[in-house]
Design a protein around this ligand. Structure first.
Ligand code: N01
Length: 576
């Protein structure tokens, strides 16, 4: 589900595109005034929601309804249509594994597919499994309230309650709430303003325009590279440089597609048994255990191979040992200096004050070479911060830059943001936002004490964004729907984590994070990109295989750490 943070003036929906961004998006509400009743309600029609619907409806025979604020399927791939948007895990891995037929019939054209192809794939999935008929689009869920007496959730929009469901699956995504811009004067700018995470469907023509991009994270880096090719002049406003490395994209050739299709089952097993959920298998124990020459060889090889190989498939201690990390960081810095002609610009693009991988490392194609173009200027807004956006452009402490268009690539209220925007109220009137005021509290990253029958897909304190998302999603949907099946098979009403199990899980996730270099860096993994957001690690950092084993053991032990209750067995259609 896509929401714009804090109902900011930048609430540009596809229905209401282009700038100036001076009005709120009005999201149509399709409520007919009737309260519809389902076994399960799913929020979000991206990778998670589509699979959840298929599983609940087609494999378990339950009634289910998906709600999404968008006007079509796709989730993050529906909204992020900015130039250059592309996945950064190989498409043969960044795709569903649940249907052998689907795997065989779909063929990817590139190693790392661009947004339009991924969106086509998700549309194909929706059609192939006949999912659209149970998805209600253009509907923003703003309240989810647990009815303790009758053991169901009331699902509402701003217009009131529209549905009831015994179980809720929150497939709201980890990066679906845009960060609100903190720049004074944005509403006065006379030109166009765009958000990477809510890009106009018909595209934007920057030909002949003076464009400013604020932000140089994964989205900014992809967009900058493409916009520079079109704009008359591009000015990049960068606060913190990143350790970006080549993605290694290329067209898929027939032979490797055939090889993959012949061995898909083994490939998926291998993926699920690797830390990041991709079947890389060359990781060596320690960067400090080999000679400098061998290190360079390993880094150079992974750098050229592309994907996340340098990050996750070079040496296992990069995220844990500062000295080891510094060897990789220095390798990437040297590459930046090699690729950028102007040494001053190269220096501005070189990260110096945080370890490699503690901010999500972006992947790129010719990003650094973009700064060798005559029509591109880099502005360091750490040393000369943005004072305000004027009607003409952007004013920093060192001067004003006149612009025709501004692109905001400033990121997201990640992981907890989408859940906290849904007005979730659990048992005894407990609001999720109050419970999580000092940071998320979950068991396994999938459920929270006080919120029965509510499942977070890739929620906080699960591996989430550090586990290949489609597989992470399938695992969580399987866990949630297996739990629902268990309840029904055993004539039980509710499942909810115990406070004790939750407390232990939160402590475990915290302890793991403290063993890594993550907590020392300001990143969205730590909630540090949003003013006032609690600074805690949002991820389970033990890797996908360890996490999957824990979940499997919990399930095998009859949902250890959860309370399963039988209290009422009324039909929710007849209760009020
Ligand atoms: O967001 P980000 P993103 N003043 O938070 C800057 C996924 N993704 O949308 O670092 C000035 O990483 C901020 O600066 P700083 C991926 O997981 C995947 O780029 O805070 N600058 C930073 O440079 C990724 O990690 C793909 O100092 C401000 C930038 O804006 C995640 O989405 C593609 C600022 C934000 O970077 C988020 O990436 C794209 C301010 N007030 C994204 N506020 C794939 O390839 C923020 N910034 C699949």
């Amino acid at each position: 589900m896509k929401e714009i943070a804090n109902e900011s003036a930048l609430a540009l929906g596809p229905e209401q595109r282009h700038s100036p961004l001076n009005s709120k998006a009005s999201i149509p509400n399709t409520s007919s005034g009737q309260v519809e009743v389902f076994d399960a309600v799913v929020i979000g029609a991206g990778f998670a929601g589509l699979y959840a619907l298929h599983r609940l409806r087609d494999q378990m025979g339950l009634s289910a309804r998906v709600f999404d604020v968008a006007s079509d399927v796709g989730g993050t791939w529906y909204w992020n249509r900015y130039p250059g948007a592309r996945c950064d895990i190989e498409s043969i891995h960044y795709s569903y594994s649940f249907s052998a037929e689907l795997q065989q019939e779909w063929t990817w054209s590139e190693r790392f597919s661009a947004q339009p192809e991924i969106l086509r794939y998700l549309n194909h999935v929706a059609d192939r499994f006949d999912l659209r008929k149970d998805i209600q689009f253009n509907t923003r869920i703003t309240s989810l309230v647990w009815n303790e007496k009758n053991k169901f959730w009331e699902v509402g929009t701003n217009d009131g309650i529209i549905a009831r469901g015994k179980y809720i699956i929150a497939g709201t995504g980890n990066l679906s709430v845009a960060k609100a811009p903190e720049f004074k004067g944005v509403e006065n700018f006379k030109g166009e303003v765009y958000l990477t995470g809510n890009w106009p469907h018909e595209g934007v023509d920057f030909t002949g325009k003076r464009v400013g991009v604020i932000g140089a994270g994964a989205s900014g880096i992809q967009a900058i590279t493409e916009i520079a090719k079109e704009a008359a002049h591009l000015t990049v406003f960068q606060r913190t440089p990143n350790y970006a490395t080549p993605i290694g994209n290329a067209p898929m050739d027939t032979e490797s597609t055939r090889q993959t299709k012949d061995h898909y089952a083994e490939i998926r097993t291998k993926s699920r048994n690797s830390f990041l959920g991709v079947p890389y298998d060359q990781v060596l124990p320690s960067a400090l255990a080999v000679s400098a020459e061998e290190r360079r060889r390993v880094y150079a090889e992974r750098y050229v191979q592309g994907g996340f190989r340098l990050f996750i498939d070079s040496f296992a201690d990069l995220l844990f040992n500062k000295e080891a990390n510094e060897t990789a960081a220095e390798f990437v810095r040297a590459k930046i200096r090699e690729r950028v002609k102007d040494p001053k610009v190269a220096d501005m693009l070189t990260p110096k004050d945080y370890p490699y991988g503690t901010k999500r490392p972006p992947l790129e194609t010719n990003y650094y070479e973009t700064y060798n173009r005559d029509n591109v200027t880099l502005v360091d807004i750490k040393s000369t911060p943005i004072e305000m956006i004027t009607n003409q452009g952007i004013r920093t402490t060192s001067g004003e830059y006149e612009l025709d268009a501004i692109v905001l690539a400033i990121g997201f209220d990640a992981i907890t943001g989408p859940l906290l925007q849904m007005g979730i109220v659990g048992r005894n009137g407990l609001k999720l936002e109050d419970k999580w005021a000092n940071g998320p509290l979950t068991y396994l990253g999938i459920a929270s004490h006080g919120f029965p029958n509510l499942f977070f897909i890739t929620g906080p304190q699960s591996p989430s964004v550090l586990y290949n998302m489609p597989l992470a999603i399938e695992d969580h949907v399987d866990f949630a729907t297996d739990a629902i099946r268990y309840l029904r098979d055993h004539d039980l009403d509710t499942i909810e984590p115990t406070l004790e199990a939750e407390t232990q899980w939160v402590a475990h996730a915290y302890d793991l994070s403290q063993q890594t270099l993550m907590p020392g860096t300001d990143s969205w993994y730590m909630g540090a990109n949003i003013p006032g957001k609690p600074r805690v690690c949002m991820l389970y950092l033990g890797g996908a295989p360890a996490y999957r084993k824990i979940c499997a053991d919990v399930e095998a032990n009859g949902y250890e750490g959860f309370t399963l209750d039988r209290t009422v067995a009324k039909s929710i259609a007849t209760t009020t």
